[in-house]
Design a protein. Structure first.
Length: 267
């Protein structure tokens, strides 16, 4: 009886938190959010220990983000198998673990050789991406131009505001917003023009209500600018502030790349 109880719990976890059937729900969204918050707190401690600024890792970590997103996109397009490591939350745990280990190794190597730890992180991430890139095959140029074009136009508006808006005068802040605008652009094109659907709870509800995924643009702009303003205004600790910004950056770019790559490979 006890064995059946635990088997039932494991099956519930598998159905609601691993393969995400029937997709994202309020429950698993809250649970994932809590877990993410705990992970961020641990990583903040790590950065304080190694005495590095999280803002320095925005570019070096991009290959790792691409690795995780492209692996998930290859699963979406039935090129990679559907396994625990390649779906939520496995792919995030796998990619995050490799990134953290690489960061720690890079810092250690920098201390011993003076080789910039950021270059080491970028190189390792880039090497990891090679197999995924080779398996992608041909891409849809029209879908690529549509997503990149919309993103460039919307992002360009905020680039023009750099000198007039102190919040965006910080390049890190602008990059965080641009990452989420890329996510919004890929979602908008995929949902409105290619028959894809939004998986996350709030965006899905808003898209259904307004009849278009274009609602993602004002939603992203409002939430991200608000979050950046709060961080810059009320959080004095540089490590905490920049770690929060880095986390928000990843939360925008990772799904944006996954959506983009799934779309251009699958159409």
């Amino acid at each position: 009886m006890i064995l059946n109880f635990f088997q039932g719990i494991l099956e519930y976890i598998r159905q609601n938190f691993i393969y995400l059937h029937p997709g994202y729900t309020i429950l698993n969204t809250i649970v994932f959010g809590i877990i993410l918050g705990i992970i961020i707190l641990v990583i903040i401690k790590m950065f304080k220990y190694i005495k590095k600024d999280p803002a320095e890792l925005m570019i070096p970590l991009i290959p790792f983000i691409f690795f995780g997103s492209s692996a998930r996109a290859l699963v979406d397009n039935n090129i990679y198998p559907l396994t625990y490591l390649l779906v939520t939350p496995g792919i995030y745990l796998l990619t995050g673990s490799m990134a953290i280990v690489t960061v720690l190794a890079a810092v250690l190597i920098e201390k011993r050789t003076k080789f910039d730890y950021r270059y080491f992180i970028f190189i390792v991430g880039a090497v990891l991406c090679v197999p995924n890139i080779l398996f992608m095959g041909p891409i849809n140029p029209i879908a690529t131009i549509q997503v990149v074009g919309v993103w460039a136009i919307i992002s360009g508006i905020f680039v023009l505001l750099i000198k007039k808006w102190s919040l965006l005068n910080n390049k890190f802040n602008l990059s965080v917003l641009a990452a989420h605008l890329f996510d919004a652009s890929s979602t908008f094109i995929a949902v409105d023009y290619y028959g894809y659907y939004e998986q996350h709870v709030l965006p899905s509800a808003l898209t259904a209500y307004f009849g278009t995924a274009a609602i993602m643009f004002p939603l992203k702009i409002g939430v991200i600018l608000g979050a950046l303003y709060v961080i810059d205004t009320y959080i004095e600790d540089r490590t905490i502030a920049n770690m929060l910004k880095l986390a928000i950056f990843i939360l925008g770019l990772a799904p944006g790349l996954r959506n983009f790559l799934s779309l251009i490979m699958g159409t």
